[in-house]
Design a protein around this ligand. Structure first.
Ligand code: ARG
Length: 255
């Protein structure tokens, strides 16, 4: 009887030791989960002195890190232009893309998307004294969008002319300098720019701009990775981790 308990205990001890050793062993490339992103999209991803993954920080970066850890891996980030992300994914240069990326039918043709983890919408950033109150008021105004973002697609579908920029900050600078009248961009990022720059406000138009869902993209057919990512996301949605992160980063950034 006693012997049996002893045996059980040693077995448990060995398991504990093995687990401890496993975490102590440095990770190899196989244990790295590489995420492609475009860190020009606060509060989801931006470059900072010391981020959660190297110099990258934001809601998405924290989520990426947790997904990797959840699966016994280490998260790495590849910084690229937004337009290049899905091509890099298709080429196998990155394992997944996390970039506040909205699920669209067009993108779904190229890649597979995870369970959505965040709901957003397009909004209009204007000067405080602007008379733009609805999307249709943009008709005779100078509109700025960011290249390849869903905001560009929306304005395009409305049939308005626009100028496109590589980065959100560039478009916002045009607005601040009076060179354009309105920037169409995702809600949380707009919030960020409005608190970073004086004299701007946000105008919403729920009739014109629908809800968008952010999800992580993987190569078409990579169900093995997708299942892992989905399991982690679902857990983080359920236990409140994602809403906590969203609140936390919105606050840090608004300071
Ligand atoms: N949600 C928008 C889209 O999917 C904008 C995303 C921009 N993300 C970024 N990391 N720059 O097109």
């Amino acid at each position: 009887m006693e012997e049996k308990i002893m045996k059980k205990m040693t077995k448990a001890a060995v398991l504990v030791m093995a687990a401890a050793m496993m975490t102590a062993v440095p990770v190899s490339a196989e244990d790295t989960l590489t995420f492609g992103t475009n860190p020009e999209f606060p509060p989801f991803e931006y470059v900072t002195a010391e981020g959660v993954i190297d110099t990258y920080d934001g809601i998405d970066m924290a989520i990426a890190k947790k997904i990797a850890e959840d699966n016994g891996m280490t998260a790495a980030v590849e910084n690229m232009e937004f337009d290049s992300l899905l091509v890099a994914l298709q080429n196998g240069q990155v394992d997944a893309v996390i970039a506040g990326m909205t699920v669209t039918d067009e993108r779904k043709e190229a890649v597979d998307f995870s369970t959505p983890y965040y709901t957003a919408t397009q909004v209009m950033i204007v000067k405080e004294d602007s008379d733009i109150a609805k999307a249709e008021d943009m008709a005779d105004k100078k509109i700025c969008v960011i290249q390849g973002y869903t905001g560009q697609v929306c304005v395009d579908e409305m049939g308005y002319e626009y100028e496109s920029f590589k980065k959100g900050t560039e478009a916002v600078m045009e607005l601040v300098n009076g060179k354009c009248d309105v920037v169409v961009i995702d809600s949380a990022t707009a919030q960020q720019y409005v608190s970073d720059n004086e004299g701007l406000k946000i105008v919403e138009d729920a009739d014109a701009f629908g809800a968008e869902e952010y999800a992580i993209a993987v190569q078409k057919g990579n169900t093995e990775l997708l299942d892992k990512i989905n399991a982690s996301i679902e857990k983080m949605l359920e236990d409140g981790t994602i809403s906590e992160l969203a609140a936390e980063y919105a606050e840090v950034e608004a300071e």
